[in-house]
Design a protein. Structure first.
Length: 366
């Protein structure tokens, strides 16, 4: 059904484009905002649910557009109420999207590409390379799918682009999606509630800054020196930490947004007090915040998290340098919520997994 649909994804249209489309049909421009309100604010899944949109317009919408292009092929709910969706795109590729709940927060973690070209040695997303960029509609759709999992009194509060892919390698499709998430007639999330996480591509960070919208920026550093970083994050070879820190400093200067440096702790690799001190020296005088991420273990990969005492010691050294540090809480540990693992399983075992491909209900009750 979906796979051969000639209909255009309505989520690929900007507000202006939707206004133009509405006007082509002889309708007043405000109709476009009415339609967007149903999509972004009222969680509809069918055009026919848009009650205050005239039947004529609804028929036109149905004849030309589809609201969703993906299909939910797996839906897991963890004990901590983290939820994870595996979405099958029109062309048969898969991406993952995660909902994380905290008392006052509902955060969705979205993917930006099918696979990833960066090749970080501890990450499941890059194991099969990159296949393609996601479209704007495919990026937005992940947020809307998760929004529709929420209860009537729950609201999405944050979006992080920390799923599969390198977001700054797909800026053309990402930026319009972020702008719709921010837009009052879209999801209405403030800039600081929208975070993109990058492997650290200096030119792209500058381009992102020049967009002049102060989204939050997280940079995946993972090592305090180039020798180690190139081993863990191979694209570092032609980039280098200095250039990344400079671009990140410029991002702060331009947007006023303090940078988050992500640091995945890998036992025996980058987790010693000496590494922490080296990192402390790099960041002590910067507008920076460190987010330590105990590694999520991945079958196949020979890396592990360091454990609590080592993490604590690393944290303490950074504190001595005056670097504001948080340790990322593990979410959804019982549902493989680390990025890329579900997709990997699916791509490798497509044939073996067909019998569980259908349900859209929770595999594990909340
Ligand atoms: N490509 C972007 C965004 C996707 S990865 C980036 O590199 O930032 C999002 C974050 O998850 C990155 O910091 C990444 O290094 C981290 N990550 C990847 N695999 C992980 C794993 N197995 N355990 C913990 N964090 C991981």
């Amino acid at each position: 059904m979906n796979a051969t649909s000639p209909l255009r994804p309505i989520l690929d249209l900007t507000r202006d484009e939707l206004i133009a489309w509405v006007e082509e049909g002889g309708e007043r421009p405000y109709r476009a905002d009415q339609i967007r309100k149903w999509i972004f604010g009222k969680r509809v899944t069918e055009f026919d649910e848009m009650h205050d949109v005239s039947k004529v317009v609804r028929e036109r919408l149905k004849a030309e557009f589809r609201l969703f292009s993906s299909e939910v092929v797996k839906h897991q709910v963890a004990k901590d109420r983290t939820e994870k969706l595996l979405l099958r795109l029109q062309d048969g590729n898969h991406v993952e999207t995660v909902l994380m709940r905290e008392p006052n927060r509902r955060t969705v973690c979205i993917s930006s590409q099918v696979g990833c070209a960066m090749g970080c040695v501890f990450c499941a997303s890059g194991l099969l390379g990159v296949k393609r960029n996601l479209t704007t509609a495919e990026i937005l759709e992940q947020v809307l799918r998760v929004d529709r999992l929420l209860g009537p009194d729950e609201r999405l509060t944050n979006v992080v682009v920390m799923g599969i892919g390198e977001p700054l390698a797909n800026m053309r499709h990402l930026l319009p999606a972020l702008d719709t998430l921010n837009d009052k007639g879209g999801m209405g999330l403030g800039y600081r509630r929208i975070t993109i996480s990058t492997v650290g591509l200096p030119e792209k960070i500058r381009e992102f800054a020049s967009h002049d919208k102060p989204y939050s920026l997280a940079v995946s550093l993972h090592a305090p020196n180039d020798e180690l970083r190139t081993r863990l994050v191979p694209v570092n070879k032609n980039i280098g930490i200095d250039a990344i820190l400079q671009a990140a400093d410029d991002y702060f200067a331009q947007t006023g947004r303090r940078i988050t440096y992500e640091y995945v702790l890998l036992r025996g690799q980058n987790d010693s007090p000496e590494h922490a001190a080296e990192l402390g020296r790099l960041l002590a005088h910067r507008a920076a915040h460190v987010n330590l991420i105990p590694m999520n273990s991945i079958t196949d990969l020979p890396y592990a998290e360091p454990g609590e005492p080592q993490t604590r010691a690393f944290f303490d050294v950074l504190a001595r340098y005056g670097v504001v540090t948080t340790v990322r809480k593990r979410k959804g540990a019982d549902i493989d919520a680390a990025c890329g693992q579900l997709r990997l399983e699916r791509e490798r075992g497509e044939a073996a997994l067909v019998e569980i491909a259908a349900p859209t209900v929770a595999d594990v009750p909340a």
